[in-house]
Design a binder for this molecule. Structure first.
Ligand code: AMP
Length: 113
């Protein structure tokens, strides 16, 4: 079933795109939780972080390198940032298409839960 992120990739619905490559799409979160809040999704679909187990190592690596490249492209590498992959029920994943949140632009709190 198509999720909202499938529709953003196919450009059926708009998004504020930060970076697009043949392998990934990065766009601003519609409900930002920090001054910079970007979502990074691979164009190859996986439902969640858990499903990345089934990917070959190179493709997983490309996704994670892509996240770092997106963060660098908006200058977050200098002061730092947080990457979050909410996964399934207890992780409060609300969109069933794997996505990494990049949060930054100010001092984040040290708490996780
Ligand atoms: P999660 O709770 O980890 O599944 O995160 C889903 C994220 O997608 C939330 O932070 C939402 O604000 C964000 N989101 C939902 N719809 C859109 C949209 N159309 N464009 C950008 N971000 C969205």
């Amino acid at each position: 079933m198509d999720t909202i992120f499938d529709k953003i990739i196919s450009k059926t619905i708009p998004a504020k795109i930060v970076l697009e490559t043949p392998r990934l799409l990065a766009f601003h979160d519609i409900n930002p939780q920090a001054p910079v809040h970007i979502l990074v999704i691979p164009k190859k679909k996986a439902v969640s972080m858990d499903e990345l187990r089934e990917w070959d190592d190179a493709t997983v690596g490309q996704f994670f390198k892509g996240i770092a490249e997106v963060a660098r492209s908006v200058g977050l590498n200098e002061n730092g940032y947080r990457v979050v992959l909410n996964t399934n029920l207890h992780g409060c994943q609300s969109v069933n298409y794997v996505h990494a949140h990049i949060l930054g632009g100010h001092q984040l709190s040290g708490s996780f839960a």
